[in-house]
Design a protein around this ligand. Sequence first.
Ligand code: ADP
Ligand code: MG
Ligand code: MG
Length: 250
Amino acid sequence: MSTLEIRDLHVAVGDKEILRGVDLTVRSGETHAIMGPNGSGKSTLAYAVAGHPKYTITSGSVLLDGEDLLEMSVDERARAGLFLAMQYPVEVPGVSVSNFLRSAITAVRGEAPKLRDFAKELKSGMDALSIDPAFAQRNTNEGFSGGEKKRHEILQLELLKPKIAVLDETDSGLDVDALRVVSEGINRFRASGDTGVLLITHYTRILRYVKPDFVHVFAGGRVVEEGGPELADKLENEGYEAYTTKAASA
Ligand code: ADP
Ligand code: MG
Ligand code: MG
């Protein structure tokens, strides 16, 4: 059982305050959707929790199982069980997918997996996501299509088995078939009940496949509305306008 606790988090980029007091608790076995318009600070929340140096925490706290994440390096956060699938995954030229994943597993587990075990894990993970075997030898994220990048993120998730997974717009740029494969991957993964998932999205589409337990509406750098899965249906029908107006006048 794990808990990620975000308390009154304020985050700035340079002089600009972007997050203005975010409170959120995610426990293993729960799926939380964070939904909001572009520019509302969703990615900022993901990066700040993961420890991106551009994002300055001006106040508030982030605890994983009572441990202060904000005091940890990016690597330490990963070892503590935090995983971030980025909205725009970075290219790693000269490093194959296979080597990238083995290094990531080694970093998180603290020892290198045996080659034969790793090969087996990798193959079953790739099969489950309908990824072509040749993919393992390609350079990480270099020239990947949108769908390949997102499948690669889910493959990492399945191999690393984090306690808390933050998935930033994992649905963006996916056609319907890729969305289904990626969603099935997330569902397979969360079925273990060992992981808490924070699913960040602009669109309600992925929530038809990955049913959230809680929905949080983000606007103007804070949570402005919370509810169950029915809130996603409401947003699908009504959009974000009412919330952006509310955030602007707050
Ligand atoms: P979302 O993911 O909801 O679209 P972001 O967190 O990407 O929102 O952005 C929120 C606001 O913070 C935007 O106004 C954006 O321009 C600004 N911002 C985010 N990251 C940076 C950055 N690295 N440098 C400058 N401004 C940033
Ligand atoms: Mg505050
Ligand atoms: Mg974003």
